[in-house]
Design a protein around this ligand. Structure first.
Ligand SMILES: Nc1ncnc2c1ncn2[C@@H]1O[C@H](COP(=O)(O)OP(=O)(O)O)[C@@H](O)[C@H]1O
Ligand SMILES: [Mg+2]
Length: 283
């Protein structure tokens, strides 16, 4: 189910004194099964852009196609689009409301018309995917830890069984352990469940490890796009727009500048370690 946006522009409060242009002429295709990291400084338009992917926002101008169908054309059910393209909002736990975890996770599928008899299975599957114990089902979500609450919220979206999953800053505010757990979950959903993933983040470290392709935004536009290697070669530009490259990549770039024989096109700790070990062996 490829997602394509063409010449997308979006202005908040158009025609009013508080008018704010948030997207300008964005064109982008997300292919089936891809893992795309969408990065940019705060305010660059990431959340606004992804909310178009399942029709939560209607473009001021431009088109959104899912499977080749213009989602704002007549007769298209936005509800079915939202079932296919699931959205985990930033701080999704703020939207928990149920008296029990079960109620929260079952809410989406129930709304979609999944029969009551199937809801329990849906909830169990989703909780298992996010790594939460099924014994939590009857607990109040408000008694859980921050990381657990976030997993409940993610399970609520997974229970709708979307083929594509958008996660808007899913690690924001979590401690390092919670962050690693959420990122491993996202990796699992891509590798094992074969979901198309759009991971929104302002953290290079987070997206670099997982994404196959990075899309960089600044001031409401896509300014850079490509594999992590290609994008991270633009270290100075990335810094100029308030980003930067992963620290380990920066280390290799600095070494290379100093004349050491290293290949700076690495961005995971493991790969950089290997590169440095190779360098040491030549010394
Ligand atoms: N609900 C809103 N009303 C008005 N302006 C908004 C609203 N949401 C976002 N904006 C503005 O739109 C621009 C893009 O914001 P956003 O998409 O949230 O960026 P990001 O997710 O990259 O931080 C910013 O200038 C922001 O202030
Ligand atoms: Mg945002």
């Amino acid at each position: 189910m490829p997602i394509r946006v063409e010449n997308l522009s979006y202005t908040y409060n158009a025609g009013q004194p508080m008018e704010q242009e948030a997207l300008r002429n964005v064109t982008l295709t997300i292919e089936d099964g891809e893992f795309v990291g969408l990065i940019g400084h705060t305010g660059s338009g990431k959340s606004t852009l992804v909310q178009h992917f399942n029709g939560l926002l209607k473009p001021t101008s431009g088109k959104i196609y899912i499977d080749g169908v213009d989602i704002f054309s007549k007769g298209v059910s936005l509800r079915s689009i939202r079932q296919k393209v699931g959205m985990v909002f930033q701080y999704p736990e703020y939207q928990l409301f149920g008296e029990t975890v079960f109620e929260d996770v079952a809410f989406g599928p129930k709304n979609m018309g999944v029969p009551d008899a199937e809801l329990n299975d849906r909830v169990d599957q989703a909780l298992a995917l996010v790594g939460l114990d099924l014994s939590l089902k009857e607990r109040s979500p408000f008694e859980l830890s921050g990381g657990q609450k976030r997993k409940v919220a993610i399970a609520g979206v997974l229970a709708m069984q979307p083929q594509t999953l958008i996660l808007d800053e899913p690690t924001a505010g979590l401690d390092p352990k919670g962050r690693d757990e959420v990122l491993s979950l996202v990796a699992h959903l891509h590798q094992r469940e074969h979901k198309t993933i759009i991971l929104v983040s302002h953290s290079m470290e987070d997206v670099a490890r997982l994404a196959q392709r990075l899309v960089v935004m600044a001031h409401g536009e896509i300014v850079l796009e490509g594999t992590p290697e290609v994008v991270f070669r633009q270290a100075e530009y990335l810094e100029a727009i308030g980003l930067g490259v992963p620290q380990v990549t920066r280390l290799l770039q600095v070494l290379k500048k100093q004349g050491f024989a290293v290949d700076p096109d690495h961005y995971t700790i493991e790969a950089v370690e290997e590169e440095i070990v190779k360098l040491l062996e030549t010394m």
